[in-house]
Design a protein around this ligand. Sequence first.
Ligand SMILES: *Cc1c(COP(=O)(O)O)cnc(C)c1O
Length: 368
Amino acid sequence: MKLVEKDHAWIELDMEALRHNVEFLRSRLPEGCELMPAVKANAYGHGALPVGRELESLGVRAFCVATVHEGAELRQGGVKGDILVLGYTHESELALIEQYDLIQTAVDLEHARLIDAYGKRLRVHLALDTGMHRLGESAMSPDRLEQFCRLKNLRLEGAFTHLCTGDRAYSGQQAEAFRAAVRALRRQGCPIKKAHLLSSTGILKFPELGGDYARVGIALYGLGSTREEKDRSLRPVLSLKARVASVREIKKGQGAGYGLRYRAEQDACLAVLTIGYADGLPRALSCGGGGVLLGGQYAPIAGMICMDQTLVDVTALPHVRQGDEAVLIGCQGERTVSAYDWAEAAGTITNEIVSRLGTRLARLSKEA
Ligand SMILES: *Cc1c(COP(=O)(O)O)cnc(C)c1O
């Protein structure tokens, strides 16, 4: 195993798992459809550059991000493929689209006019709203769609919509509205080369809806948003680890941590870990809501999670020593703690858990 530079706490990326997921997802893609991985939010917390570079080495030629700065960061890091910015970009930032050869989404007709007014030809994909009612020009307004084709500074290379449920009938209606709008745009002379609509749920549940790209995020990282949506063919890419900073004994009746929220019912032993909520550990995992692995065994979180430290109860684990590695997400020995465990304890989805993992964690590639 090759590792560089372990910080106080760190993320290990299983690149073999990422390669496996890419291969599996490609096998599900409909004819003519390419992966356009979503590497926004620092590749869902995994690290935009290590993930982007690995994907490029696997032949991925298009990426999507949420913001113009995320796109610029990928370019500066040497990523060469197409990079689509999915979100709104203010006119004051459009120079970065030009400078880094990014593709900007026009989130509606008003935004398209601002992009046109930038004065130089920028690459654009048009977002079409087919029922999510978030971003996108309404696919059902032919009068407004017509006007996109007249904006001379838009290099309109593509159009996309976003499916917002796992419901087959609703997704089918969205896809139908999308295809009709793209046909109308093309009839009016808009050179829409790339039309895309599938994300993770779509590619796993209804790949037949097709498109030129699949904008796959959470599935690429080997996760479903919830345990129910987990696909057994995918492998989690990320593990999260920290170290034992100190081991200490406390007497029956003594408390520990902020508010003394941990209370020792017997003489007890606590280990202090080098990770806290500033690293993305949800404070909702405090007081036994979550736990970690030490020497292959489970140690529940004791008391309130702090910003940079977390106490765990190791009374039953006498082998634990200062400097030991603790696994917060991942496997150790026979046992696993997963992003699903965290998400369930914190009342959220895995997407939020991994995308909020902090910037001060090192992202390291683990090669078997
Ligand atoms: C984030 C995002 C995706 C990726 O979604 P997953 O469910 O993680 O696959 C695709 N398209 C758009 C517009 C997004 O915002």
